[in-house]
Design a protein around this ligand. Structure first.
Ligand code: SF4
Length: 156
């Protein structure tokens, strides 16, 4: 949901209201394939509280999130910060997060500082407000809509 919050609040509302259309979407499937075929030696897909699914953790110190492109990097950064925040609340102090782009052969290090924690608390409040709306926020009319699993629901 943190990811969707940055990508599109309407998408977040759909998802929060159990309208899920990601399964079978071609782009989502490509993402999963990249994930399954990257970093094969690492321990992967750690599910915490049935709430977050971390791509992989190294020695419980560094968490990785695998992405296929840098297009929505801000959302990916906050997704990772949220994972670190949640683990910290459980007493697990993660040193850093790493955004991995295996196709681009690039990576970016992400840290959780005090300001990020405060921002996250505000974001979580905002998410709650969006979830409670009776109708979804307006469609964003952005080029990313063309590739969104909810496209038909928003525009057709
Ligand atoms: S199609 Fe666009 S407006 Fe609709 S949910 Fe997806 S990103 Fe949001």
């Amino acid at each position: 949901m943190i990811y969707y919050y940055f990508v599109c609040k309407r998408k977040l509302w759909y998802f929060s209201n159990d309208l899920t259309m990601e399964k079978g979407n071609e782009l989502v499937e490509i993402g999963k394939l990249i994930d399954e075929n990257s970093y094969k030696r690492e321990k992967k897909n750690i599910l915490i509280d049935e709430n977050i699914n971390i791509d992989f953790i190294k020695d419980w110190k560094v968490i990785h999130e695998v992405k296929k492109s840098k297009k929505i990097e801000e959302a990916s950064i906050w997704q990772l910060k949220y994972y670190m925040y949640l683990l910290k609340e459980k007493g697990i102090n993660i040193e850093k997060g790493i955004l991995d782009y295996p196709i681009l052969r690039k990576r970016k290090e992400i840290y959780l500082d005090e300001k990020s924690e405060q921002d996250l608390e505000k974001i979580l409040q905002d998410i709650k407000q969006i979830q409670l709306l009776n109708t979804p926020p307006l469609a964003i009319n952005d080029p990313i809509c063309q590739k969104c699993a909810y496209y038909e629901l928003c525009y057709i």
